[in-house]
Ligand binder design. Sequence first.
Ligand SMILES: *Cc1c(COP(=O)(O)O)cnc(C)c1O
Length: 411
Amino acid sequence: MNELENISSPVYREQLIRLGKKYGTPLYIYDSFKIEKQYIKMKNAFSGVKCFRINYACKANTNLNVLKFLQKLGSGLDTVSIQEVELGLKAGFPAKHIIFTPNCVSIQEIKKAVSFGVRINIDNLSILEQFGEDHTDYPVGIRINPHIMAGGNSKISVGHVDSKFGISYYQIPHMKKILKNTGLKIEGFHMHTGSDIHDVESFLQGAKVLFKIALDFPYIDYIDFGSGFKVPYRKNDIKTDLTYLSHSMTEKFKDFCKEYGKTVTLIFEPGKFLVSESGYFLVSVNVVKQTPSTVFAGVDSGFNHFLRPMFYDAYHCIENISNPNGRFRFYTVVGYICESDTFGLNRKISEIREGDFLCIKNAGAYCFSMSSNYNSRYRPSEVMILKGKDFLIRKRETMQDLLRNIVEIQI
Ligand SMILES: *Cc1c(COP(=O)(O)O)cnc(C)c1O
């Protein structure tokens, strides 16, 4: 499927339909070619930085095969739970290329990550102090809150003053005291200010804050600018201007290294940027239902499988791949869950008939990984396109999966 990246191409559409028939719907499809393309795009953009690393933020999509694919491309991993750390190790990432960046987890969970030998990123002073008491020989990264409002909206912005994430840069004096009292060393600084950041300036502002802090700490190995790269979700949508960002950032990073007197590693940890556009979510239309005000297309899925439109008001393109040449009409595409679960409101889509396959785009990031069994529905299967072939990479669930952890008692 490689060269057929454009869904408007009839051949690509035919392939998606073939997969829908072969594996059934609802179905997630990931095109590894697209993931590779994004990885290379970012790598090339920062080719001017001597030590540059991409750590895939795996909460976007944790299918083991996606992890293995990115590992093979040379990526590291950004993880936010001990389970993601374990998945990363299982996928073959060396421990030193995994960074554990949790928020509000227990000291026990952090100690477990130490036992796996992965890099630790601490985001509050209480844990820093507890950690320092018995891990003086295990340098850690520090997640800084640079106090920047970035990102699409307040739900996905995490670096502002009211955010629960990171150690405020106003707390640096206290942090220094803790380091002195415990003997703990810092190996890097980190920030992550949100998702869908439109404005390159907020990356640069954050970078400025981190550079200033880092100059006070002579032994660091890396500076990690997190992510928030915006990808387009519709035609003519804004995206992060990678060329502008890489030019300004490369320049500023070089200046920093010169002033710092040492070459440190620049890290980004994109999730969405790498996998969002690789994914397609295929659903079948169960019912076309006319009400006094609306034509609904009811599909065999809901927010149990695909939460972003309902949770973040995210816009995802929806195409009727079974009838691309039909007359365009207005539909509201909804799911089969007993809740309001609208995939797309009042969308212009080529005529929808019952049984048609609809394709929802940008389904590679934060889609399957946020799915649930609500309404006692099975979670969908996943397919990966690799070197032009399709592979089932997750089986559809069954009743056994729903009952797996139930302990039946005498009632
Ligand atoms: C979620 C997350 C990311 C990835 O964000 P995207 O917007 O998907 O690129 C990176 N770093 C951390 C710490 C995260 O929590």
